[in-house]
Design a protein around this ligand. Structure first.
Ligand SMILES: [Zn+2]
Length: 256
């Protein structure tokens, strides 16, 4: 049994065949998922899907690339949705310095507001970090995000930062890149994260694992991620699945 802790089956790439994609995941043993909403269109859809399937949950937050679009009304809306019974986390949120649609200072302000909101509603946060590690860590420390903890999603930094994240009460989630042939960093990380702080995810439709790299990703493929990590750590797929699923239950406070 596997738990895909970060999936966007609410994205337009799944408009045509969402239910089939979800069924394929269930058939592959991916029983649980958190569908992550990140803007005005994807948030309501994440909640709809979570209402439709017993073992699917939702996270609600605002993506840093679109930080410039977020209004106070959006923030109030996210706070209201946090009390929905299937919402288990706030996010994704964070900083993305790869794209320049939203200036850095706007991204930082929107990130801080969402951390403060998560502390107010006492929910874990899901962090998107692209080329912004130093600023992410500074803000998480200044805002005392350790109070709620959460997930370093699609972790793609060196193993040197792992301890800092663990100290702040965060779990490390690994996805497709751990299976990429020319990607040593996530493999190093997969080897050192304590088993009780490790999660698996797809981030579908993005970052499909080998041998599907470059194609549309889907939650069933989280098994390829788990298999690779099990191989790196020299544990059985069964043990890795069981532990990472338990970790997700505990972080999201889900009672299966
Ligand atoms: Zn995402």
């Amino acid at each position: 049994m596997l738990f895909d802790t970060h999936v966007h089956v609410n994205a337009r790439q799944f408009m045509e065949d969402r239910d089939e994609v979800i069924q394929r995941a269930f058939d592959a043993g991916v029983t649980y998922m958190v569908v992550v909403g990140f803007d005005r269109e994807t948030i309501p859809l994440a909640i709809d899907i979570a209402e439709q399937y017993e073992t699917i949950y939702a996270a609600v937050g605002w993506h840093p690339v679109d930080a410039i679009d977020m209004t106070d009304a959006d923030l109030a809306w996210i706070e209201e949705l946090a009390s929905h019974p299937k919402v288990v986390a706030i996010g994704e949120m964070g900083l993305d310095y790869h794209w320049d649609k939203s200036p850095k200072d706007v991204q930082k302000a929107v990130f801080r507001k969402q951390i403060q909101l998560a502390k107010k509603v006492n929910m874990p946060i899901i962090i998107h970090n692209r080329e912004a590690t130093e600023d992410i860590i500074t803000i998480l420390q200044e805002e005392d995000a350790a109070q709620v903890g959460g997930i370093m999603h699609c972790y793609n930094d060196s193993a040197a930062y792992v301890q800092t994240c663990l100290d702040m009460n965060f779990y490390i989630s690994l996805g497709g890149p751990v299976t990429f042939k020319n990607a040593p960093l996530p493999k190093e990380v997969a080897a050192v994260v304590p088993l009780d702080r490790l999660l698996v995810e797809t981030d579908a439709p993005f970052l499909a694992p080998h041998p599907n790299r470059g194609k549309r990703n889907e939650p069933a493929y989280v098994k390829l991620v788990a298999e690779k990590i099990a191989e790196i750590r020299d544990v059985s797929l069964e043990e890795l699945s069981e532990k990472t699923t338990e970790n997700a239950f505990s972080l999201f406070r889900i009672k299966p």
